[in-house]
Structure formats: C-alpha cells, structure tokens
Design a protein around this ligand. Structure first.
Ligand SMILES: O=c1ccn([C@@H]2O[C@H](COP(=O)(O)O)[C@@H](O)[C@H]2O)c(=O)[nH]1
Length: 233
C-alpha cells in the first residue's frame, strides 16, 4: 500500500532486531523508514530487505562522499537493493554528483530517488566557521542546492528553515527532505536548525525526517499519530 504521509521515520538503532521491532509498530501506509549509518553498519543489506518485505519504502541514508567513481558505484549498489531513496553529500562536488546521476540514468529498471545533503541540521554558523566556511548556513544551503539541481539530482536534504527560500528559488518539482524536525515540546537533542512538523510542511518540505521524537517515545505509534494529526491542524 502506498504511503500517504510525508513522514520518514529514522530507524537509528544498534541492531536489526530493535529496528524491526519498532517497524512492526508502524504502518507502511503512514510512514516511510530511513536506514542510516549505525543500523546499516551493524546489520547490512539484510535489514533493508526485511523492511521492504514488511512493505516499507526505505531511504538509505548513507550520505556517500568520496571520489566520483567510488560514490557512483556505491549509489549503483544501493539501487540494486531496491531502495526508494539514496543520498550523497553535495560537498562532493559537481563531478561526483553527475557521476551518481549518470549511473542511475543507465539503469533499465526502477531507480531510487537521488538526493544530496547540503549542510547538516546539527550545524550552525559557528560550526561552519570552525571548519573554514565563513558563511551563513542558509547561504551555503542555497549554493549547494542550486548545484545539486544543476547536476540533475532529485532534491536535497536541508533544514526546513531553508525550505521556503529553496522552494521559491528551485520550483515545486525539486525534493526538499528535511530532518531536524521537532514537535514543539520535544527535546532538540543534537539538532540545531529545528522546525516543527507543521511548520516544515508550511515552509515547503517534501518529506519530514523524524527519529527520536518517535522512536524513543514511550508509545512510538501514538507519537507518530500525534504528529500526523498535527499536520492537519
Ligand atoms: O542534515 C541531516 C542529515 C541527516 N540527518 C539524519 O536524520 C535523522 C534525524 O534523527 P532525529 O532523531 O530526529 O534527530 C538522523 O538519522 C540523522 O542521521 C539529520 O539529522 N540531519
């Protein structure tokens, strides 16, 4: 059954058993799921297969960032897993992103959506400065999003704080995948550029990536329902 909400639940767990137990409390018509570095490193492609067998569309969030040949080969391997979305770091540059898009263009069957991370939602201006980037997150995100669109990718990962500006600059067809989503009363944890689910949608986000506010809730299914309800308020 296709998913009817923009929510992607980040399954950041140490092993497949915990991730699959959480997934069993969710309904694939109400959310997609995200497999990131921790879960994929511990459990590998088998956990992706298991989630897909349960009916979930899977965002493989490994944020590839390497030379063009290596990154494109990794994207091809992700496509072979049948995932719904895969991503790279836009900071890998034009030749890297174009190589990834080309490897997917050459595929005959279904291909995953390909997105690029702009500036991590855990970073603010001081963090950028410390790594030699004397620039506001918003400006750097806009720069990398324009480059990503120019390279023919499907969209970017950014904060929903930047979504309004990106939506008006880059149009309605470009995907804005936004982590750093926090219901009003929730802890920010290590996130810096946070936005509520409803505000994210109002700003033009295509997908809301939400982890701990759902997965660490006492009742994850209820937490998801409350967020879905908040989108309609
Ligand atoms: O800029 C980014 C890119 C990816 N993420 C990932 O999203 C989830 C967010 O989880 P929360 O528990 O809701 O904070 C997590 O898997 C990150 O790796 C991101 O947060 N920011």
């Amino acid at each position: 059954m296709p998913c009817h909400t923009p929510i992607i639940v980040a399954l950041d767990f140490a092993d497949a058993a915990d991730a699959l137990a959480l997934a069993d409390q969710l309904n694939p018509s109400q959310c997609r799921v995200k497999v990131g570095k921790e879960l994929f490193t511990s459990s590998g492609p088998a956990v992706v297969d298991a989630l897909q067998a349960k009916g979930f569309e899977v965002f493989l969030d490994l944020k590839f960032h390497d030379i063009p040949n290596t990154t494109a080969s990794a994207v091809r391997a992700a496509a072979e897993l049948g995932v719904w979305m895969v991503n790279v770091h836009a900071g890998g540059g034009r030749r890297m992103m174009e190589a990834c898009r080309e490897v997917l263009d050459r595929r005959s069957g279904a291909r995953p959506l390909l997105t690029a991370v702009t500036v991590l939602t855990s970073m603010e201006q001081e963090d950028l400065q410390e790594v030699g980037m004397d620039i506001e997150p918003m400006v750097q995100v806009q720069r990398l999003a324009r480059l990503t669109q120019d390279c023919g990718l499907d969209g970017v990962v950014c904060s929903a704080r930047e979504a309004k500006a990106l939506r008006s600059a880059l149009g309605d067809d470009f995907l804005l995948v936004t982590p750093g989503i926090r219901p009003a009363e929730a802890s920010a944890d290590d996130q810096k550029r946070i936005v509520t689910p409803r505000q994210g949608l109002d700003n033009g986000s295509s997908y809301l990536v939400i982890g701990r506010p759902i997965t660490r809730a006492e009742q994850p299914a209820q937490a998801l329902q409350a967020i879905i309800a908040s989108l309609a308020e």
